[in-house]
Design a binder for this molecule. Structure first.
Ligand SMILES: Nc1ncnc2c1ncn2[C@@H]1O[C@H](COP(=O)(O)OP(=O)(O)O)[C@@H](O)[C@H]1O
Ligand SMILES: [Mg+2]
Length: 365
């Protein structure tokens, strides 16, 4: 066994490896959980702040480099994850088991807000997170259709309601309470109490992420829900056209007004990949998301191409990012949406980072 390969040296080497997103080292973040040295082989357990970590490969290669410098011939990293909670306060007490909430919003309808919310939830669940999806678009509840649960109805007892589960995601929607096709015409106060009930009376259990499909626009419904639901942050969906960008700016201004952090912008229907020639065409222009992101000092979290499978998957209740969608692995839109989910999970980890701790302590120096 190489002399330098001691627990203490390994810990100090790992304290030179940073979580690139949070900008602090693995040891002080409490991410190193176990070290086992056997000859020149080192086994490590590293606990990430999300199972959907976008930077696993980078962290692993830095760990291997640092330990190789100490003489390790083989390094095996076991990944664990522990998603931290990013909020507290009275509103958060309504959902005690929920660690983070991500609102998906848009300045206007039809830009792909529900599509993004659904695929974000499915992707996070596919990466191993415990995920809920709250359909807060009370007057246009599309989550049940897109998740293949249109005929589902709530069950429960003693005032508690069980979420409906599909594609690995726990869901709640006003649709699950309705029978027939009666149009939903609700006034403000009723919407309020319905949402409060969705938070308080639903058996969400332990969730790493609760994704919330907000009503479109910046009217009363969206505004009051952004105040009512404790939010880690918001993801604003836009398409590249100028009109849609103006609307997205309004949505971001609304979140600023109610002190909800905008995590970034998603540019949806950004380029069309022709199924025949496989070339990309800019139907609605391009770079619009980047333009507002620059102007408002926000990040473009992802660009999702216009792809027929996104719509057919949604209509059939099998989101394109689901393992049940045939061809998910080959879809550019699915790849973009899964990447978006990891980026969002990474940004949420940064918000929750001040709450981090635990793990093996650094060697006394
Ligand atoms: N990237 C995309 N490629 C193809 N169709 C899309 C894409 N994003 C959304 N759609 C389709 O556009 C329509 C509107 O999307 P939806 O998510 O319902 O928007 P919103 O919730 O903002 O009203 C739906 O039929 C959806 O399937
Ligand atoms: Mg919608």
């Amino acid at each position: 066994m190489p002399d330098a390969l001691t627990n203490e040296n390994i810990m100090s080497a790992l304290s030179r490896v940073k979580d690139p997103e949070i900008g602090r080292d693995l040891v002080s973040l409490g991410m190193v959980k176990e070290i086992a040295i056997d000859g020149s082989t080192v086994d490590l357990t590293v606990e990430l702040t999300t199972p959907a970590c976008p930077l696993k490969a980078k962290i692993e290669s830095e760990i291997v480099d640092e330990l190789a410098a100490l003489g390790a011939a083989a390094v095996r990293v076991d990944w664990a994850s522990n998603v931290k909670r990013s909020f507290g306060g009275p509103a958060a007490d309504l959902i005690p088991g929920v660690r983070n909430t991500i609102a998906v919003a848009s300045g206007k309808g039809g830009v792909g807000k529900t599509t993004v919310a659904v695929n974000l939830a499915v992707s996070l669940a596919r990466d191993g997170a415990r995920v809920g999806l709250l359909d807060a678009d009370i007057t246009g509840p599309n989550v049940p259709l897109m998740m293949g649960t249109e005929g589902a109805h709530v069950t429960g007892a003693a005032g508690r309601v069980n979420p409906v589960i599909s594609h690995g995601v726990q869901m709640m929607s006003i649709q699950y309470f309705l029978t027939g096709d009666a149009p939903v015409i609700w006034r403000g106060p009723l919407i309020h109490s319905a949402i409060q009930q969705f938070l308080r009376d639903v058996e969400w259990g332990e969730l790493d992420y609760l994704v919330v499909d907000l009503p479109p626009g910046t009217g009363d419904a969206a505004l009051s829900l952004s105040q009512l639901i404790p939010l880690t942050g918001a993801v604003v969906v836009t398409t590249p056209q100028e009109v849609s960008l103006t609307d997205a700016r309004k949505a971001i201004a609304m979140f600023n007004k109610v002190n909800v952090r905008t995590l970034g912008v998603v540019e949806n229907m950004s380029g069309f990949i022709c199924p025949n020639c496989r070339e990309e065409h800019d139907i609605f222009g391009s770079g619009g998301g980047e333009k507002i992101a620059r102007e408002l000092e926000l990040e473009v979290l992802g660009r999702v191409p216009l792809e027929p499978g996104v719509r057919t998957g949604g209509d059939a209740g099998v989101p394109i990012t689901s393992t049940q969608y045939p061809g998910s692995e080959d879809s550019a839109a699915a790849t973009a949406l899964r990447g978006l989910a990891r980026t969002v999970a990474g940004r949420v980890s940064v918000v929750a980072a001040p709450f981090a701790g635990g793990g093996l302590a650094a060697a006394a120096s």
